[in-house]
Design a protein around this ligand. Structure first.
Ligand code: UD1
Ligand code: MG
Length: 455
């Protein structure tokens, strides 16, 4: 039988004190709602319905591209009312799984166990025993241990408040059952809301057994209501991702000082020192070593590369056996071949660097094509911008560019040529020859150092 998922995400999240809806706050670099949609997709669901309310425009702007059925709940009249809004779009013959946009770390395995319990004679409820169950709906069982009801904290008697098995809110039931029960909900309770939880009693009355699936992992059923919980869940999420990486052959100096905000593919024997941030899609080959305080965004780092401390790599590709940093900055479109050396305070933008080339100190290379085995001396600048347009610098294989050189683009440095230190090169240079532009050195014999005037 098909599975359809309904994700409740209409609440504003007042406690976030934010102008954006709660479910758009980022967890590990993605809106928390996107995590839940992702998990729903992993479940191979036939359809995913997202019930939204507050901040609809912002939600559409950020997540409108997602393959889901968007359902508006213009007034938040309760969880039962929210599910009811999605029901017209749910097919009759399916199992419905209800998830929450602000419970982002729910695990596929747990949900699979839960969904399996939903059939013609049963429905499934995900519960957890908490030492401090305050605020949650409590699971009421009869003397045989069967679930018979959920009572909301605000409606619970003192005796019921002592129950520590709570409703996570996540449940699975046949669509035909849900449709019937939701139609019978009322808002006769202390909050004047249509409680989804009231369907439990209706199920029992219809001889549909309510089977509780439990989890021991509090993190996966924790909802985020404020920024303190957001930070706690961020760390929990990072811890999870770090453990996955370590199990896949990555050594982390400190999993507590590692952040992956996106997706990271890693080879074996990778070493990552403290305070690394990986954003977007990052690929790290075998034996890549990353020093402290390194930011890598949407980049591919090939095998045996070493990235030294305090480097920033953004939308770049680094060929195998290269050395980058410390304090290097690779900007979008930097394509480095194998065995390149990029040293401290070197900035590279939209440029290719050939095999074995070295740019070791204090240089700016922009809009350039640099051949193989080129050595670029300290303080070299490609002057790629005239204030209006950008131009290209081409440097052939085996060139040696002396320190402190300005290459005024558009310009081509012929293969194998040497540029004398301190040159300003404005025209193309011939292959193999030495080219330099330098004013004559003079010494002024009569010159004396100025002295302080006597008062
Ligand atoms: C709900 C459960 C409670 C459970 C708890 C778990 C009910 C009546 N109670 O309580 O048993 O222990 O979750 O966290 O279901 N939402 C909408 N539209 C609405 C109301 C809510 O989309 O009209 C969404 C919220 O955005 C949120 C979720 O549903 O993501 C839960 O709503 P919330 O108000 O937090 O329910 P609780 O009172 O915490
Ligand atoms: Mg809640």
């Amino acid at each position: 039988m098909n599975l359809e998922v309904i994700i409740l995400a209409a609440g504003q999240g007042t406690r976030m004190k934010s102008s954006k809806p709660k479910v758009l706050h980022d967890l590990a670099g993605r809106p928390m709602l996107e995590h839940v949609i992702g998990t729903a997709h992993e479940m191979n669901s036939a359809r995913i319905h997202v019930v939204y309310g507050h901040g609809g425009d912002q939600i559409h702007e950020q997540l409108g591209h997602q393959e889901v059925d968007w359902v508006e709940q213009s007034e938040q009249l309760g969880t039962g009312h929210a599910v009811l809004q999605a029901i017209p779009g749910v097919s009759q013959d399916c199992v419905v799984l209800i998830l929450y946009g602000d419970v982002p770390l729910i695990q596929k395995n747990t949900l699979e166990r839960l969904v399996e319990t939903a059939n013609e004679r049963q429905m499934g409820l995900l519960t957890i025993a908490l030492p401090d169950p305050g605020g949650y709906g409590r699971i009421v069982r009869d003397e045989k241990g069967q679930v018979i009801r959920i009572v909301e904290h605000k409606d619970a008697s003192t005796e019921q408040q002592k129950i520590n098995e709570i409703n996570t809110g996540i449940m699975a039931a046949r669509a035909s059952h849900l449709k019937k029960w939701l139609g019978q909900l009322d808002n006769n309770n202390s909050q004047g809301e249509y409680y989804l939880t009231d369907i439990i009693e209706m199920a029992v009355n219809d001889n549909v057994k309510v089977l509780a699936t439990t989890t021991e992992d509090e993190v996966e059923v924790t909802g985020i209501n404020d920024r303190v919980q957001l930070e706690q869940m961020e760390r929990a999420c990072q811890r999870r991702q770090a453990e996955t990486l370590m199990r896949n052959g990555v050594t982390l100096a400190d999993a507590g000082r590692f952040d992956c905000r996106g997706e990271c593919k890693t080879g074996h024997d990778v070493f990552i020192d403290v305070n690394a941030i990986l954003e977007g899609n990052v690929t790290l080959g075998d034996r890549v070593k990353i020093g402290p305080n390194v930011l890598i965004r949407n980049s591919t780092i090939h095998d045996d590369v070493e990235i030294l401390a305090n480097s920033i790599i953004d939308q770049a590709e680094v060929g195998g056996h290269s050395h980058i940093g410390p304090f290097a900055r690779l900007r979008p479109g930097s394509m480095l071949s194998e065995n390149t050396h990029i040293g401290n305070f070197v900035e590279i933008k939209k440029s290719t660097v050939g095999k074995g080339s070295k740019i070791n100190h204090l240089s700016y290379i922009g809009d350039s094509e640099i051949g193989s085995s080129v050595n670029i001396g300290a303080g070299t600048i490609t002057c790629n911008y005239d204030g209006a347009n950008k131009f290209k610098t081409i440097i052939g294989n085996n060139c040696f560019i002396g320190s402190g050189t300005q290459l005024v683009a558009p310009v081509t440095i012929g293969k194998g040529s040497t540029i004398g230190a301190g040159s300003t090169i404005t025209r193309d240079t011939p292959e193999v020859k030495l080219t330099l532009s330098r004013s004559k050195q003079v010494t002024i014999e009569s010159w004396q150092r100025p002295r302080k005037k006597k008062k």
